[in-house]
Structures are given as C-alpha cells and as structure tokens.
Design a protein around this ligand. Structure first.
Ligand SMILES: Cc1ncc(COP(=O)(O)O)c(C=O)c1O
Length: 472
C-alpha cells in the first residue's frame, strides 16, 4: 500500500513542480490545519528575515507584525546570535542531561533567577512553551504526591487562555475553537471567566467587573474545595485570546487568594517574558505579583532556537527536600532539557535585551499603543487594546452590541490578505488582528505599520459593503 501511494504521489509531479510550496502540499502537515485541507495547504512561503522585516518567496518585503509567533524579540538576522550558536555547536553541540551537565545552562539558570521575582530560584529547561507548562503541571502533581495530598490536583484555568498543544497543557485552553474537535483531560480542569473588560456585561463598571471575577474565583474554590485544587495557571496578559489586559489589581487579588488556599500560582509568561512588556518578566515588574512558578519560551532565544522552561520557587524545592520521601522520583525529563546551543544563544539574547532592547521597548511602547489606538476611528474597529509591544485590533459588526462579526468569521484573514499586498504580515484571529512586532521597531516603522493596517482595514470595509454583508 505504502509503495503504491508513493507512486501515485510521484505521478502527480509536473515539470518544475518541485518548489517548496508544491512539496509542502504533497508532504507537509502544517500546524492547526482543517480536516478538509490537511496535508494540501499552501501557506505564504517566507524566504528571508532582516531586522523587523521578512521577505516572501516572490521577493516582497513585509513588516513582521507578529514577530514570528511573538518570538523574534531582538529581530531577524542578528549576527551575534548566529555566531554564538556556531561557536557553541563547535565546542559542544549536545550532552546528555540524564548523567551530565553543561556550563551555558547553569549560567542561564543563574541569570534567570536574578531577573525573576520573589524566591524563584531554579529553572528546568524544556523545548518550548507547551513542554514548559506541561512540566509545571507535572511538577505540581509530584509535589502534592510527595507532600501526601494526592487528591490536590485540579487546575484552574480561564476562558480565552492558551497554554499549549500537549495533552495536559492543551486541556487548559479556553478558546472554544481550539477544543471543539479535540480531546482533553477535562476531569482535571476547572474553567473560570476570561478577565476581558471589553466583553464585560453592558453597563457594568470595570471595578464591579473585577469584583465579579474575584468573587467567582473565590466561590469556585469554596465550591470545589481548596484541598482538591493544586494550581492556577494564567497568562498575565492573555495573548492568543486577543491580548486581554486584565483590570488593574485583578492578578494581585487572584495571587492572594491562591496563597490563602495553598494553591500554586503558575504565571505563563511564554509571550510576556523576555521583553514584550519592557522587562524580562512581567509578573513582578509590571503586575507586582510573585508567582510560585513562571513558564517561559519564545523570546528567551528570540526564536533562534526552540527553548523554554519553568522557574520554580525555592520554597517548593525546599519542601520536597525536607519531605518524608527523599527517594520519590520526579520522573520527568526531555532529551533536549538544558540544550547547550539553546542556552548559549539565550545568554547572548539576554545581553542584547539588557544592553538596549528592554529600555527601547519601554520608550516606544506608549507611541506604538497611541498610534494603533487611532484605528478606533474606523467604524469596523470595536476596540484597540494592548500593553508594551503587544496589541489587538478587534473588529465588530456593530459597536453597540459588540457583535463579533458573526456574519464574517474571517474578517481578520481578509485584513491580513490586504496588508500582505501592502507590505505587512498580520496575525489574524477570527475577527481580530494581533500586532506584536520585533522589539527593535523604530517610530517610523510603527508609522508604516499603522498606515498599512489602516489601509488594509479600509479596503476590507469596502469589500464587506460591496458584498452587502456589512453596512457600517
Ligand atoms: C501563553 C502561551 N503558553 C504556551 C504556549 C505554547 O508554546 P509552544 O508553542 O512553544 O509550545 C503559547 C504559544 O503560543 C502561549 O502563547
């Protein structure tokens, strides 16, 4: 059978039909595919990157609006990063973390501990964000087993959350579309409301909305029982949920409730960590909280190497060391835990962030947010919101009802298509466009980005009107 299908595939080859797009359509399964087009999809072929720009296969230069997937923080084509990867590969490309260790991972763990809030002292390195969240959750399970509380394992998560694509991390995801056709460990997860001020009930003040969220959190714990809940996992700013910036004081109040109930607070900084909000970690420096664990990935290497990790509180480790079960084994490790090339490039990336990029991000963020906010002049735009260098333009059919454009679920994709023509890559999310450019973006480049986005949205409004699906 296998040989037969191979022959069939080769019969389809046309002369000259061996470019990357044709090959992908025959052999590549891309992330998040629909059943109807799985394995047959052509996506925009990107050939090069330089600074905040990428160039597609036709030679068209585009601003990298989402910085890859929120990750190319110090920009494309940084020679310093390429060189450090080369040098590390020539010195030591890999060592088994089961029985040996390497210097870059120890040094990186020290620098991360220096930047982390509270008593977060030790890092377990992973291969990305999903494996970081998975590690934090498995650590919570192990911690409670060792402490003799095997029933304290439930996990609190929220609508709008995105925490990954491994089985347990994906079980926390709160966007219905992500879960509709996928299984999950639902029996382990309790879901709460997204702290989304834009979608709060009509007429409710932000203060009352915040109280509602906090009361819901407290009531849920009382209903389920604190002795059954092991952890709360939350992004400081829900990223893929549409850049949901929580109301002032909300995270601190949730943090306090977790502490009162001996529930571990896991702050998922896979997007917000390593500079996006102008700091290495946003939990402490922006939101004033000290989590029990922080997960990170993406920006830790500016996307040059797949690396992530979870930083763990000294208190938790000390409790394990002092437990009655010194021989209990945390049976968890990845072949690429503490990868020397990943850790070496992360160290250099940290130098770049600390030398200039964090400061630049803090300086330019207000300008970036203010320029994007002007897009609220367009009638299709319901809200522009954000913090640091992450923002979301949310389109609505009607500003009063905030109807999220049920008539056209692909409005984000339509805007993206126009912007691509005009020289900007957008991250479309149903009715939203997320913008999170490389942190090195200049004021002039912000102006270019916003001008293109404005034109892309205007053209989309014209299309929708012409098609008679929207009359705004
Ligand atoms: C907040 C958050 N956590 C976890 C993940 C999963 O990370 P990865 O795709 O590296 O596995 C993501 C990915 O976008 C994320 O945004």
């Amino acid at each position: 059978m296998a040989a037969q299908s191979k022959i069939k595939a080769s019969e389809l080859v046309e002369p000259g039909d061996d470019d990357a797009v044709a090959l992908a359509k025959r052999h590549l399964v891309q992330p998040w595919p629909y059943a109807g087009s799985v394995g047959k999809e052509a996506r925009a072929l990107i050939a090069e990157g330089d600074g905040i720009y990428i160039t597609d296969a036709s030679g068209k230069r585009l601003i990298d609006g989402p910085a890859g997937m929120w990750c190319i923080n110090v920009g494309h084509r940084r020679e310093e990063l390429a060189k450090v990867m080369y040098d590390q590969a020539m010195a030591l490309s890999y060592n088994t973390p089961w029985y040996t260790m390497n210097a870059p991972s120890a040094e990186l763990a020290r620098r991360i501990a220096d930047a982390a809030p509270g008593d977060l002292s030790h890092t377990f390195f992973t291969t990305g964000g999903s494996s970081a969240v998975e590690t934090a959750l498995r650590f919570m399970q192990f911690y409670n087993n060792v402490r003799g509380r095997p029933e304290k394992k439930l996990i609190l998560s929220r609508g709008g959350a995105y925490h990954g694509s491994t089985y347990l991390s994906a079980s926390l995801n709160g966007r219905p579309r992500d879960r509709d056709w996928m299984d999950g460990a639902d029996e382990l997860v309790v879901k709460l409301s997204s702290p989304d001020p834009f979608r709060r009930p009509k007429g409710m003040s932000i203060a009352v909305f915040t109280d509602f969220l906090v009361d819901q959190f407290r009531d849920t714990i009382a209903g389920v029982g604190a002795d059954r809940i092991g952890a709360f996992v939350g992004e400081p700013v829900q990223a893929s949920g549409g850049v949901i910036v929580p109301p002032d004081g909300y995270l601190k109040r949730i943090r306090d409730i977790c502490r009162e109930n001996d529930i571990l607070y896991v702050s998922d900084e896979v997007v917000t960590g390593f500079g996006r909000l102008g700091h290495i970690f946003a939990s402490g420096d922006v939101f004033g909280i000290e989590p029990d664990m922080i997960t990170f990935a993406k920006g830790v290497t500016s996307g040059y190497f797949p690396l992530g990790g979870v930083i763990i509180s000294e208190r938790l480790l000390e409790e394990l060391r002092r437990s009655n079960h010194p021989d209990a084994l945390f049976g968890h490790g990845l072949t690429y835990t503490s990868h020397p090339i990943g850790c070496a490039v992360a160290l250099k990336n940290l130098d770049l962030l600390e030398e200039r990029v964090l400061q630049h991000t803090r300086e330019i963020a207000p300008y970036f947010q203010a320029r994007l906010k002007t897009l609220e002049e367009l009638p299709l735009v319901g809200e522009v919101r954000g913090v640091g260098l992450m923002a979301c333009v949310e389109c609505v059919a009607d500003r009063d009802s905030k109807d999220p454009l049920q008539l056209d679920k692909d409005v984000g994709k339509r805007i993206d298509a126009h912007c691509h023509e005009l020289g900007l890559l957008v991250r479309p999310l149903i009715n939203m466009c997320v913008m999170s450019p490389p942190l090195i973006i200049s004021r002039e480049q912000v102006d270019d980005m916003v001008a293109i986005l404005r034109e892309g949205i205007s053209r989309t409004m014209d299309d929708l009107r012409k098609e008679g699906v929207w009359q705004g």
